[in-house]
Design a binder for this molecule. Sequence first.
Ligand SMILES: Nc1ncnc2c1ncn2[C@@H]1O[C@H](COP(=O)(O)OP(=O)(O)OP(=O)(O)O)[C@@H](O)[C@H]1O
Length: 317
Amino acid sequence: MDGLEAAPAPPQLPPGSIVDQTRPPSVIASHVDITYRVFGTGSGPEVDPQDDAGIFRRLATRSRSGVGVREVHAVRDVSFVAYRGESIGLIGRNGSGKSTLLRSIAGLVPPTGGQIWIDGRAALLGVGAVLLPKMTGRQNIHIGCLAQGFTPAQVEEVIDEIVEFADIGPFIDLPMNTYSTGMAARLRFAISTAAVPEILVIDEALATGDSAFKDKAQERIETFQAQAGTVFMVSHSRSSIEKMCDRVLWIDEGRVLADGEPEPVFGLYNRKYGKHRQVWRQRFEEAKEIELNEGPEAATEFLDRWDRRARRGPQRS
Ligand SMILES: Nc1ncnc2c1ncn2[C@@H]1O[C@H](COP(=O)(O)OP(=O)(O)OP(=O)(O)O)[C@@H](O)[C@H]1O
């Protein structure tokens, strides 16, 4: 994945894909499939990631199920072309495959089918980025920068700026396992944006951190966009996506359901899930209450009952 010139064959895109001959593409995904093999989680049938009650039930009864291998088909036949200067938001329900697709664009998860062409370096910035918990923040900066291709002399040149940007005070010399979530997110952000990658992949990174840091992070991303890089971001915050993205991919059950400007795509998304989400949120609140008062089995039973009713459909409920 060194560059578009090195691509072995022209990608095959489905009809209707957004293709713009006038701009240089930075990422081409062609019929990408990603399947995880999960060991030791029970040999039952594949859990539908959209089936909230099914997942809850499985978690509640996990200790009773046997050990086996299960396949989770997280991304299914995804194709798109991304261009330099674009900021693309990925939206979709929990478990729909957004993070998996992002990690694949960043080169961390290889597709099990299809291909991804990347023109330049892609860096993942997010809550999942690996830092070493027993090492101090400063040591992690060294390691993180070396991993991004800095020489030791270059690390020395940028380290003060990274420390200043992360702005976590004396914690910079304490082990990372003493950090709050927000502090760790700040440090990750500062490290992964020290070298400006051509493709910046952000997984909910802005969800953590206080508002002053969010502003700083946003400013840095805007600088990066102005340098004609491509940004991909996953966020459950509609306002973050609307503020920062000019294009949205809606991923549903691993597939791209819509690809276009934020407003119409959010419109379609809300039409499908707006009401459903509200109802489920309410049910989970009720289940939490039941769990607190009557225990987990009663809560599972309540969700099962609701799940059966939801499956029968509104006409019979
Ligand atoms: N490392 C993994 N091993 C096995 N299955 C995984 C792994 N990571 C994700 N999955 C599964 O792949 C599916 C897609 O998960 P993914 O995290 O990509 O979804 P998402 O849309 O980012 O979800 P969320 O919004 O909750 O973060 C889910 O069914 C999830 O359980």
